[in-house]
Design a protein around this ligand. Structure first.
Ligand SMILES: [Fe+2]
Length: 275
């Protein structure tokens, strides 16, 4: 009986704990790296261990500019078939754009250097929300990693036996397809207001699906440090958002075709205020 009261007490404490959109539930720190320090390869088990048991130390490491490649974070063949389903979605439904608010549909858009985005890019972008029908099944594949991402960002408590998620934020899963022939994203830094890590999952393989270009981080000498050659399909890359980064043109020497499924594919995690 006492045990039950204790559990109820913990639940109430966690449930009504005040969440702040600016992540006041994590240690505040003014360190915001501009460049990448070390690139560390870790297993999914080690990543879970760090996030569940040493979250604050993991955050400190990100703030020191360390980037992480989490190996085999998602099953490779499931990601390849997800990529095919998403390409079909892009080919069989009309392009559209919706500002993020509760209830909007999944949608996609060809971003051919559109001027109203801060980052210039040439990419087919797809946007998925958890409240929509599960035809694409992208959330099923990403649930575990999304939970870990929310813990890093201070939006999820994993204090046994309860798990409570910040009700003031929503997740958006984006998929970017950078076609061969020059798909790219311009160099930029992301804000760290709502998220403390870039989180991208690779759905294509450098050296097989494309030969040149992809993600780079600036190092301390302001030189681009290529990441894609280190990463396989199913790996996840985490790094502090303020590190200067971009996506170098994918196989500029090849023909460009918005309809072709070839090129570089990845899933990007986002957390946004709930409207
Ligand atoms: Fe970015």
């Amino acid at each position: 009986m006492l045990n039950l009261y204790l559990k109820l007490y913990i639940y109430i404490m966690l449930k009504f704990r005040k969440y702040n959109l600016k992540n006041n539930n994590i240690p505040q720190n003014n360190k915001r790296p501009n460049c990448v320090n070390k690139i560390k390869e870790i297993s999914l088990i080690e990543f879970k261990n760090q996030v569940f048991n040493r979250r604050d130390a993991f955050l400190d490491s990100l703030r020191e500019g360390n980037a992480y490649i989490i190996k085999e974070a998602i099953n490779k063949s499931k990601l390849i078939s997800l990529r095919e389903r998403i390409h079909k979605f892009g080919m069989t439904t009309k392009e559209s754009w919706h500002d993020t608010k509760e209830g909007i549909p999944d949608f996609h858009q060809i971003d051919d250097e559109l001027k109203f985005f801060k980052q210039r890019k040439k990419a087919h972008t797809y946007h998925f929300f958890s409240w929509n029908k599960k035809d694409i099944e992208i959330y099923d594949l990403c649930t575990e990693l999304l939970n870990l991402y929310a813990i890093i960002n201070g939006n999820r408590e994993n204090k046994f036996p309860f798990e409570i998620t910040n009700p003031n934020v929503v997740n958006r899963l984006q998929v970017h397809h950078y076609p061969l022939g020059g798909g790219y994203m311009s160099q930029h830094k992301d804000p760290d207001t709502y998220t403390k890590t870039i989180a991208v999952i690779y759905m294509s393989k450098y050296g097989i699906d494309y030969e040149n270009g992809g993600l780079y981080f600036h190092d301390k000498n302001n030189k681009p440090h290529s990441i894609d050659c280190l990463v396989d399909i199913g790996d996840m890359v985490c790094a502090y958002p303020t590190i200067t980064h971009g996506c170098k043109e994918i196989d500029l020497n090849k023909d460009f075709n918005w309809k072709s499924p070839n090129g570089r594919w990845l899933i990007l995690f986002n957390t946004l205020p709930r409207n």
